[in-house]
Design a protein around this ligand. Structure first.
Ligand SMILES: [Zn+2]
Length: 121
């Protein structure tokens, strides 16, 4: 009875990984052998289940069938690349702009004499 419990727990946890001792138990216990057969049949059914292939644009096509619904915004990869490049160039120009602004303030400060105030303190 204790072997039955251990065998069925093991069967539920890892159906393909019996130890030799547990396999020996199934050979002598008709109830556990029946449980193993049922588990194997279930695994076969699950493994042979058909996985339907779904086209990538299924959502867009289904939404297009709904009257009065706006077309979903579909972006091309080219558009996404252009947008990424736009943001990268914008960030670079922002950094350059801030650097030029700081340098300009530094130059302006030296003309006005701010740097002399700093050096005298
Ligand atoms: Zn048993």
């Amino acid at each position: 009875m204790e072997h039955c419990k251990e065998y069925r727990t093991n069967l539920a946890l890892r159906p393909d990984g019996d130890t030799a001792e547990l396999s020996q138990h199934a050979a002598t216990c008709p109830e556990c052998a029946k449980a193993a057969k049922r588990a194997a049949a279930f695994d076969t059914v699950v493994q042979s289940a058909v996985m339907p292939m779904v086209p990538d644009d299924l959502t867009a096509r289904l939404l297009a069938l709904v009257p009065g619904l706006a077309q979903p915004m579909v972006r091309s990869k080219r558009w996404l690349r252009q947008r990424r490049a736009f943001f990268a160039i914008s960030a670079l120009l922002s950094v350059i702009g801030v650097a030029v602004l700081i340098y300009g303030l530094y130059i302006l400060g030296s003309y006005v004499g701010v740097s002399e105030i700093w050096h005298t303190q």
